[in-house]
Design a protein around this ligand. Structure first.
Ligand code: SIN
Length: 506
């Protein structure tokens, strides 16, 4: 295997978190490795809502922190939520200074819109529903112009490299079928979430929780992996991944109805803006009962659709459905992983040399349920902090251990896993379904021992089995109550000794 030494941080992931970290890591030479060309196959580019921040005179970071904590159902770390929300305004201004063309009010201030479970209108949007792509495009341009950043596109993370102390010293990257061991002063995982483990998802299908699985395998602490957020209004037109119908449509007054035109959550005008898990379960139940679930935007949005929500409009029209005339069929889709690699506000994990940021990290700001549009804020705000911290690392010395490469799953095995995760580890869970999912996971572990998507699925499913209560995004019909005392799930394994059935990376 080829080996190179990079005198600076190695960042794995080219979404908003990874690129924000890369820009702030300067002047330290920074290598960014992304599995696809920049702007492709990362969730940030698909985000429709925007960046949540206290931007208006009616708002305050403390109110934003309180809403964040309320959504998180007892498991939000108050100091993390405070840090995130206090960073809000300057983060939006930083993104704007890089060229992100946020929507503006007549007086030039950021235009803000309302999303579910926010007590104030505070979501800064771009071109209606085009925030993710527009913001990321601005960052990509800045990264391409930054002399300290080198980008390897189409490079896939295959293993972490450690020394005998457990310190992470680099990573094995596969490009064009060749493996390269890249030694670096710090490794930043910005690998995104795990939505692709589900057959019904709004995220790129390639996001299989592999960063989390590799971090676990290396001995890093994993926090609350059972908490997966399901977006209530994934557009159900037979596509994989499912296009998203942004929550902002409900903020504008669009309503959730069944096939008979009855409101799913009651008549009150704000009934559909409850916390995302509640709305997702209402959509799930209506579908399970055979009533169907639809987002009716005909009156609230109507003719404004093409220019106010161009991305959703285009997705509907491509599927042969005109949302100005027809309610949009919707289903819950796996959308965001609140759990992940335990990390501090500057991305430090429990393993020296390893940082994590963005959706693969669990920093305590989302708890059991993420507040809408807090993810882009977290990615950029904590991405910047992480880039600065990673740039200060001087790295380790001495020999490294030989990295081992996990086997790939066959397409058939991955399909079976995804269907099982959606059916058994989805919006509504119980012991029988979770046990069924575990049986499949164990079978796949026999077939492809150490395969990273299977390990990620085991972490999520095992923690869901262990959490005998309902909280936030984790709902169990057999344990519908919420325990009085919130507790975290913390998982950690001993640093790995290579096993003979994992192919040595040579
Ligand atoms: C949405 O636009 O509904 C999604 C926003 C988010 O997930 O934060």
């Amino acid at each position: 295997m080829n080996r190179i030494r990079h005198d600076g941080p190695l960042i794995i992931g080219g979404g908003l978190a990874g690129l924000s970290a890369a820009l702030e890591a300067g002047p330290r030479p920074t290598l960014v490795v992304t599995p696809a060309p920049l702007l492709q196959a990362c969730s940030s580019a698909w985000a429709q809502g925007g960046v949540a921040a206290a931007l208006s005179v009616q708002d305050d970071p403390a109110l934003h922190a309180a809403d964040t904590a309320a959504a998180g159902a007892g498991l939000v770390d108050p100091s993390a939520a405070r840090a995130l929300t206090e960073d809000g305004k300057q983060t939006v201004e930083w993104l704007a200074s890089l060229g992100a063309p946020f929507d503006r009010a007549a007086d030039g201030a950021f235009a803000v819109s309302l999303e579910a479970a926010h007590s104030r209108a505070r979501v800064a949007r771009v071109g209606g529903d085009g925030a993710g792509r527009a913001i990321l495009s601005a960052l990509v341009a800045s990264v391409r112009a930054a002399p300290h950043v080198e980008v390897w596109e189409n490079g896939r993370l295959r293993a972490l490299v450690q020394d005998d102390t457990g310190r992470v010293r680099g990573a094995v990257i596969e490009r064009d079928g060749r493996l390269t061991e890249v030694l670096a002063t710090a490794v930043v995982l910005a690998t995104g979430g795990a939505g692709g483990l589900y057959a019904r998802t709004t995220t790129p299908a390639a996001l299989l929780g592999e960063g989390m699985a590799l971090a676990y395998r290396a001995g890093a602490e994993i926090l609350d992996p059972e908490f997966v957020q399901f977006h209530p209004t994934a557009i159900d037109v037979g596509l994989d991944p499912m296009p998203l119908a942004t929550e902002a449509l409900r903020g504008e007054g669009s309503r959730l109805i069944d096939a008979g035109g009855r409101f799913l959550l009651g008549e009150a005008p704000d009934a559909d803006l409850k916390a995302r898990d509640i709305v997702a379960r209402a959509v799930h139940s209506a579908r399970a009962e055979g009533r169907g679930a639809y987002l009716d935007a005909r009156t609230a949005v109507g003719d404004k659709f093409p220019h106010e929500f161009p991305a959703v409009f285009a997705a509907c029209m491509r599927a042969g459905l005109d949302p100005r005339e027809t309610p949009i069929p919707v289903a819950p889709g796996a959308h965001y992983h609140m759990g992940g690699i335990a990390a501090g506000l500057n991305g430090r994990t429990s393993l020296p040399g390893l940082f994590a940021v963005g959706e693969c990290a669990a920093t305590g700001v989302h708890g059991a349920n993420r507040l809408a549009s807090n993810s882009l804020l977290e990615a950029a705000a904590f991405g910047r902090r992480t880039g600065r911290a990673a740039a200060e690392e001087i790295g380790g010395e001495g020999e490294t251990r030989k990295a081992s490469i996990a086997p790939e799953l066959t397409p058939e095995a991955l399909t079976a896993l995804r269907v099982s995760m959606s059916d058994n580890v989805g919006v509504v869970r119980d012991a029988d379904g979770l046990a069924r999912a575990m049986v499949l996971i164990e079978r796949l572990e026999q077939e492809a021992r150490g395969a990273l998507p299977v390990l990620a699925a085991r972490l999520i499913t095992g923690a869901a089995l262990g959490r005998r209560e309902s909280r936030g995004g984790h709902y169990r019909t057999d344990y519908p109550n919420t325990d009085a005392a919130p507790r975290h799930t913390r998982l950690r394994r001993e640093p790995e000794m290579p096993t003979p059935d994992m192919m040595a990376a040579e």
